[in-house]
Design a protein around this ligand. Structure first.
Ligand code: LHQ
Length: 267
């Protein structure tokens, strides 16, 4: 087991699964500059580590992530130093969201509590979401006169449809976990004490699958969210050319013919 300590998060790697835990519980894991920077570099490290084949993103305490740390922002305003928000997004939040979507490994969000503002966007950028019964999803932006950012306007209408996304974004009312499941916003809802075991089982299952094929399937999903059929068919053909060269493909076929379970290595 490998443990890496950052100042705002924990990264533990075991059995092919990296578990990233946001760790600013006193402010419901709101994003300060350190957390934005550390989270992006943690995803870079996960990408580079071939032993990691699946990721869990969760948080400590009763919240998942309350979005931008508003105290940090206010103190910058008061000091007359706040960069234009667009620049903070372009240089800090957007690279984080892109790092998650480009990571060729599956990310399971284990949503333990409220996911608000950019924290909701962070949850939406995961590939799969397991939510605690205590989780809520809140497009908090308009409550403080801002607009959805960090990918929420991309992911939310695609996940739940335009009308429901508009309702969440405009009214900024919390959506409880049970309703999020009905909307297709999360994959599973479980009692709080089963959150980490459920997410862990799911991530372990993913970590034992043909990792390169999963990474390519994620790429195809990303493309299909905004490209047309021809481009997606083309990407599938390129992806299949790649996947057919992997050891895991050969192992899958051999195991099927020998009527035994496959042992995928991610290569
Ligand atoms: C917080 C925060 C927080 C600091 C709770 N900051 N302390 C914006 C700007 C710049 C660039 C890019 O993008 C963005 C995007 C955004 O993310 S905008 C949206 C920012 N987030 C929000 O507006 C959410 C603010 N928080 C809330 O509305 C509530 O805290 C929620 C609904 C999340 C949870 O409510 P409660 O369960 O009632 O908890 P609480 O409000 O009592 O919070 C607990 C503590 O956490 C409290 O501190 P305290 O010292 O009183 O115990 C809060 O001040 C602190 N906290 N969110 N974002």
């Amino acid at each position: 087991m490998l443990v890496m300590n950052f100042s705002t998060l924990l990264l533990v790697t075991a059995e092919g699964v990296a578990t990233l835990t946001l760790n600013r519980p006193d402010v419901l894991n709101a994003f300060n500059a350190d957390m934005r920077r550390e989270l992006t570099s943690a995803f870079d490290e996960i990408e580079a580590d071939s032993a990691v084949r699946a990721v869990i993103l969760t948080a400590s305490g009763r919240g998942f992530c309350a979005g931008q740390d508003l105290r940090e922002r206010m103190s910058l305003y008061e000091a007359g130093q706040a960069p234009v928000l667009g620049e903070t997004l372009r240089h800090e939040y957007n690279p984080l969201i892109l790092a998650m979507r480009r990571l060729p490994k599956p990310i399971v969000g284990a949503i333990n509590g409220v996911a608000a503002g950019a924290g909701c966007s962070l949850a939406l950028a995961c590939d799969l979401r397991v939510a605690s019964e205590q989780a809520t999803f809140l497009q908090a932006f308009v409550r403080i006169g801002l607009v959805p950012d960090s990918g929420s306007s991309f992911f939310l209408p695609r996940l739940i449809g335009m009308a429901r996304a508009a309702e969440m974004m405009f009214l900024a009312e919390p959506v409880p976990a049970a309703r999020a499941l009905e909307l297709g916003l999360v994959n599973r809802v479980v009692p709080p004490d089963q959150l980490m075991s459920t997410a862990g089982e799911l991530a372990l299952k993913l970590a034992r699958l043909p990792t390169r094929a999963i990474g390519q399937a994620k790429r195809q999903i990303n493309l299909a969210l905004s490209a047309g059929l021809e481009a997606v068919l083309d990407e599938e053909a390129d992806g299949q050319a790649m996947a057919s060269q992997t050891r895991d493909h050969m192992e899958g076929v051999r195991a099927f013919l020998a009527k035994r379970p496959p042992e995928f290595t991610g290569t």
